[in-house]
Write a protein that binds this ligand. Structure first.
Ligand code: APR
Length: 240
């Protein structure tokens, strides 16, 4: 699968992964835009925007609680575990759009959550932030300051946290190889990370059963799932 770029991969000092919902699909978490897509049942503009939240905070909280239950029941799959194992062979940074925390549970030590985290909440007014692992009883939950709490995730129309995005660009500009796994690359600015990497002469590898609008920019695009391809990538390093 990786033979055509085996030498460049083996020489890589730093490998950056850009991952999306597809890498958690084999853990039973639905993607957003695939045919099992989460957005198939909901209009994202009715749930994942700040206006939707203020229009109906209870509905948005119930949706996130449903997603939280789904995520807490999920286990990292062979794709997540392979990325974690790759740290034995190279510097690895994971730039993920996912909020499910499965990369960290699989053992990846350097993960940047570009779109926040399902376990993090914050106050809509004061600077209170917390990680929660349980469901709230009263909907929507209130902060000690009396204002509504919200999921600490990036909604459509919201910018990424400046510090997180700036760090992500540094990694995209300084990796030798960027592996884009399980993302449709339709949401910005995460979908610009491969452009930064390419501008810095990184090798781009895409792992996705479907083509994306950046497939032709890739040095190698593999039409398979991440849980199939990534263990093979690790075994290539093992059998050096
Ligand atoms: N292995 C690898 N890729 C897969 C797999 C799999 N097992 N199953 C599906 N895919 C691919 C799909 O073909 C699709 O290209 O993963 C991609 C998932 O794309 P999306 O559902 O659009 O998810 P993502 O790219 O992460 O969306 C980006 O959009 O809704 C917002 O904030 C949300 O972070 C999310 C962002």
């Amino acid at each position: 699968m990786f033979d055509s770029i085996k030498d460049q991969l083996k020489k890589a000092k730093k490998i950056a992964f850009v991952t999306g919902a597809g890498i958690s699909q084999e853990s039973g978490i639905p993607t957003f835009r695939g045919n099992d897509g989460l957005w198939r049942n909901y209009d994202p503009m009715k749930l994942a925007t700040i206006d939707a939240f203020y229009d109906n905070p209870k509905l948005v909280w119930e949706w996130y609680n449903e997603r939280r239950q789904n995520i807490f029941a999920a286990e990292p799959n062979l794709g997540h575990k392979a990325i974690a194992e790759l740290e034995n062979f190279s510097e690895v940074i994971v730039l993920t759009q996912n909020i499910d925390g499965l990369h960290q549970i699989a053992g990846s030590s350097k993960v940047l959550e570009l779109h926040g985290s399902i376990v993090k909440i914050k106050c809509t007014v004061c600077n209170y932030k917390e990680e929660i692992l349980t469901e709230f009883s009263d909907m929507p939950p209130l902060c000690k300051c009396g204002n509504i709490l919200r999921p600490d995730v990036v909604w459509f129309g919201e910018g990424l946290p400046q510090d997180v995005w700036e760090e992500a660009i540094i990694h995209a500009n300084s990796c030798d190889v960027m592996i884009i796994a399980g993302t449709s690359l339709v949401v910005s600015p995460a979908n610009t990370l491969p452009i930064y990497a390419k501008q810095n002469n990184a090798i781009l590898i895409e792992i996705n059963p479907d083509e994306t609008n950046m497939t032709e920019d890739m040095d190698l695009s593999i039409r398979t799932t991440s849980a199939t391809a990534l263990p093979e990538l690790v075994s290539m390093f093992k059998n050096n």
